[in-house]
Design a binder for this molecule. Sequence first.
Ligand code: FES
Length: 179
Amino acid sequence: MADQSMSEPNRRDFLLLATGAAGAVAGASVVWPLISQMLPDASTIAAGAPVEVDLGPIGEGKAITLKWRGKPIFVRHRTKAEIEASRADDAKITIDPEADAHRVKAFGGKSQDQWIVVYGNCTHLGCVPTGFAGDFGGWYCPCHGSHYDNAGRIRKGPAPKNLFVPEYAFLSATKIKIG
Ligand code: FES
C-alpha cells in the first residue's frame, strides 16, 4: 500500500520555510497566521488550489518562502536600489536574456516592480537556492554554484534558465493570488 502521508498535501504543506534576513523572521511569523487562516481543505490543496498571499507584512528588503503545490515559492520585496541595479544589468543577461521589467507584474496600471515572485527551485537540478547571497545579491544555489540576481535571473553557473515565475496576479496593491 502506498504511503499516503508522503503523497497527499495537507495543511502543513503551506509552512513558511525560511526567510531571507533576520528581520524577515518577524515578518514571517506575522504572515504565517494569515496564510494559515486562508488554507483550503486538504482535498482542495491536493487539486492545486490557488493561494492568496498578503504582502503587507513583508517589509522592503525582505523575503519569505512559502510552499505551494509541493514547491517552494520566493516572494521578495525589492528596494529601489535593487530594482535600479537589476534594470541596469538588463543588457548583461547572457544565459537566459530577459529584461527586469518582464519579471514583474502590474496592478492598477502601475508596475509592481518591487515584488519578485518565483519558484524556489534552481533550474539546474532543483536545489533550493539561498536568498540574499551570491555574486549578484539575489539567490545562490550551493549545490553546484549557480548565481541569480535579485530578479531571479541566472547570471553565473550551470543553471540554464532564470528562476521560473509562477502563475500569479495582484488582487490589490498588497495581495497576490498564486495559481
Ligand atoms: S542544482 Fe543549483 S546549481 Fe545545480
